[in-house]
Structures are given as C-alpha cells and as structure tokens.
Write a protein that binds this ligand. Structure first.
Ligand code: MN
Length: 233
C-alpha cells in the first residue's frame, strides 16, 4: 500500500569487515547489571543476591553510530547528562522463550555502546515512580560503534570494558562482572517479548558513570569487540 508520506528510513550500523549495514529494529537496555554500578546508584544490597533483570527501551531512531567520531548534541532539559559505557548485543535471529543454552545462536555480533542518560530527570522520575522513557530514550541517546560479528570476534564473556573522557579514564570494569550474563539476559527478555533480528540489547554499565559537558571527547572500548568515539556538541 502507498503511504501518506515516505516511511522513516531504517537505521543501519556498520559491520566490521563487510560492506553491509546492520538494520536496527528495537533497542532494549538492562538496568543495573554490574554490582559496582548498582551500588554507586544506591540501589543494591549484594547480600540479598541478584534481583531479576529489568529492562527499559530506547527508540531505534535514537541511534547515532559509526566507526568515526560520532557527533552527539547535548540534549535539552537536563544539566546532568551522564555516560554509561556498555557492551551491546546485536541479534541476527529472533525467538520467544529462548533457553539460556540456545541464546547465543541468536547473536549476530557485539558493539560498544553509550547509554546516555538525563540523570537529573531520571532521579525525579524515580522519586515519583514515573517511567524512565524521557530520561533514557531521548534523541541521540543510543551511541554505538560498529558491530563486530560473532564470525570474527566470537562471544566475549570476559575482558575489559572502559571509557575515557578527554583522555581521562572514567569507567573501567570487566565483562565477567555482569550479574546477568548475555545468554541469561536474552533468555529472560525473550519471555517478555518475542525477540527479532535487528534488535539491540544494551547489557549494563560498570561503575564510574558521570556528567558530560559540551566539547567532551569520549572513547570507549570492550576487549575483543572494538571501540567507540563520540564528541558532545
Ligand atoms: Mn545503562
């Protein structure tokens, strides 16, 4: 059927080693998946053991991505824009009620991502038990480097995840510290929605989140996956 105006173009991310893009469908994000970050947010008592994972989303058109320096506009309505560096899972196949054992087979590749957050707005939302959409899912809130396909990088389960701002180390952790591992995250999320090829899953951030200013230059990386570069403008 003809549409009343041209449909919005699909967002695509570059894939390392091939001349084809990865078409983004939806963006899911896990909250508080590293104990040290949960603790810095005042949100965990590790003695209680791990809580079930919880998820929020960003719209696919919030993606800013690519191999070079990504320009990200400082968003309105915040004076406390925070960085969260994360490993991002890119699905190449879908499924519902996927088992932990079968979950890795859905993964096309991995990328380094930034889950940009209006921390002040999020704090107000938490106080009032309001949703996080506008503190997490604003324009250009999902920054991503190129996707490293499983075919060349495998499934990283350990290794450094880090972020520098203007050359200074702000976040440093290890993938092995994730409370919910990637296959468990996929399995859990697939009980709530049917996952599809093109879906991205941000897997949580280690400690060290903090504020960004216009002009800041960010570089993040995950061992075995690659790097991400961005500038706040
Ligand atoms: Mn996050």
């Amino acid at each position: 059927m003809n549409t009343v105006f041209a449909p919005y173009p699909v967002t695509a991310l570059p894939v390392l080693g091939v001349n084809q893009g990865f078409p983004v469908r939806r963006i899911f994000c896990v909250g508080r998946n590293y104990a040290d970050h949960a603790r810095e947010m005042g949100a965990i008592d590790q003695a209680e053991g791990r809580e079930p994972p919880f998820f929020f989303t960003k719209p696919a058109d919030a993606v800013v991505g690519g191999a070079g320096e990504n320009s990200v506009a400082y968003p309105p309505l915040t004076s406390n824009l925070h960085h969260e560096v994360e490993m991002v899972v890119a699905l190449g196949a879908g499924g519902a009620n996927v088992t932990v054992e079968a979950a890795n087979a859905l993964v096309f590749g991995y990328a380094v991502g930034l889950d940009l957050t209006r921390r002040d707005m999020q704090a107000r939302a938490k106080e009032k038990s309001h949703p996080w959409d506008m503190s997490k899912g604003f324009d250009q809130s999902a920054v991503l480097g190129p996707i490293c396909p499983v075919a060349s990088g495998g499934h990283p389960v350990a290794g450094r995840i880090w972020l520098t701002v203007n050359g200074q180390l702000r976040q440093s952790g290890d993938l092995s510290a994730m409370m919910w591992k990637v296959p468990e995250v996929i399995a859990n999320l697939s009980t709530m929605v049917r996952l599809e090829a093109g879906d991205l899953i941000y897997t949580g951030t280690p400690a060290g989140v903090g504020p960004l200013l216009r002009g800041d230059v960010l570089e993040g990386g995950v061992d075995g996956v690659g790097t991400l570069r961005a500038r706040i403008v």
